[in-house]
Design a protein around this ligand. Sequence first.
Ligand code: ADP
Length: 628
Amino acid sequence: MEKTRDISKNAQERFSARETGKLYIRTFRLLWRHYPKYLLSTAFCKGSQTASPYITLYFSARFLDELAGARRPEMLTRWVILLLAVSALFSLLALILYRWEKVEEHSFNMLHTKEIYGKKLLEIDFEKMDDPATLDLLNQIEQSNDHMGNGMNTYIIHLEQLFRAIFQIGGGILLSYSLFTRPVAEQYQGSIGLKLGMIGAAAVILLTVLFRPFFSRRERADILAYSEHGKAANRHYWQYGVGLYDKTESALDMRIYRQDIYGDEELKVFSINEIERREMLFLRIQGFCRAGDAVLSHMMTGFIYLYVCLKAWFGAFGVGSVTQYVGAVNSIANGAAAVLNVVEEAKTNAFFLQRIFQFLEIPNEMYRGSLTVEKRNDRDYEVEFQDVGFCYPNASEYALRHVNMKFKVGKRLAVVGQNGSGKTTFIKLLCRLYDPTEGKILLNGIDIRKYDYQEYLSVFSVVFQDFRLLSLGLGQNVAAGAGYDAGLVRDCLEKAGLSEWLRKRPAGLETKLYKDLYSEEGVEISGGEEQKIAIARSMYRNAPFVILDEPTAALDPVSEYEIYTRFNDIITDCTAIYISHRLSSCRFCDEIAVFHQGSVIEQGTHQALLKKGGKYSELWNAQAQYYI
Ligand code: ADP
């Protein structure tokens, strides 16, 4: 991995040319890996767009030379026909390339955040994803890009400018080569005045080229200062602008407490006034910089005319070539200025690219083995916790300590305990979202770290508290895929208690969930219905281990009890783990483990634990009084 800079450094800091170059090459490699066709199409398209003026330039010069010289009608006609034919062909080619580039650009714009950043998030160790700093980093990357294009968007613009500049310089050299080799007429060759004039003009051209990036550097510095503020303003806007109004779940809160009124105040004070002030300042500086650059650019063209005309005047070539040479040298000078410009701008954009790599290079530290999980028809998968302890990263206390447990195949285990007692942490370790700090977890006698991660996960079906359904068809949601076995989906929905609900949907399994994407045909579903669909999804997966981590929190106690007992009847050959803070839902389990302050303090059947008169019976009695 490359040495990374401290990200807390100021975004307005400029990187050295070497560091910038390295980052730009790394970004190119990254894009080449994912979008080679986009890069190629851009290069060809910019090339064709840049090269087309040279055709006019070249043929017009021949035409003018002929007009000012021999004036042969057949030659004049030939040059005109050639000019028209080559220009037409080239325009056609440029348009085809343009279309190709637009298609590739569209898929790049649509997909690159998902395919590059999203994929990284999916592959990253859960521990790293759980760290707020990771998501904040990604947030910063996306905000910088969305707000002023800093990072990837600016990189793409720079790449386009570089492609264009390369073609400009290349084409310019081709067309102006003879300008430098053709000598002036013999009688002027010794003239010191002429030589000095030409050297002077060339020196001014060079100086203007070198000085032009000063303006873009000044403008860029201001863009960064403005964008850092703008980003914060943007967040405020999303919070108190549209973001305040477009959430149905909090609409009532807003109407009762009139959050719009004090939200508006915040928005005005923080961003609108300040943004206006800064924008005015920024526009003033931008105007100054652009005017400065325009003056230099015209001055440069003036001196190019002077240089070329001096040579023409003193007999080096005919009048027709003047336009060709002026155009060609202008394009070399503009191309060189553009390269220097990109280099200047890139030195500040490097900070944002650095941030992208900082995110993409977050290392995965969890050991991932390669063992496959044996496929067993008898579902004889045995999991054992051996003296497992776990402390969250950056936490001072252990969330779990000395947990020893063996899941008996085909049995139901209930995990109960008060909030914060370690139940969810226990499931996170079982599903290998984290690895234990102490002890180990075994699947059929082998440390779970040795298994291929995806293979290991395939053993589990989990319904978490915070599950997520997608705005897709009902059948696709249950099957977690585009193609599905309709009979099995119906069966699972029925078992989850949704057969009546399904009967009322004319579109059946094709019913679209939610209205956000499907305003006409989509159906809004209640929290309870969502949970039943999530439960049906876990059944469809048909894994040997089923875990319900308080998925029924949105249900009333009666519905929860119904689901748990129904679940119990269905998954006869699975090993099931139920987590619930409502003890009544778990009493049918073969075994109940009581968690308290990160340890399993009691274990046994409902009856045995009640009889024991310990923590379980204390919790049971405390809850029972609300149900009686
Ligand atoms: P339960 O599911 O029983 O409510 P948890 O397993 O969620 O309990 O939490 C156990 C302990 O671990 C609690 O003290 C909780 O504050 C802590 N904890 C949970 N998640 C994290 C986390 N991501 N980082 C640090 N501590 C955590």
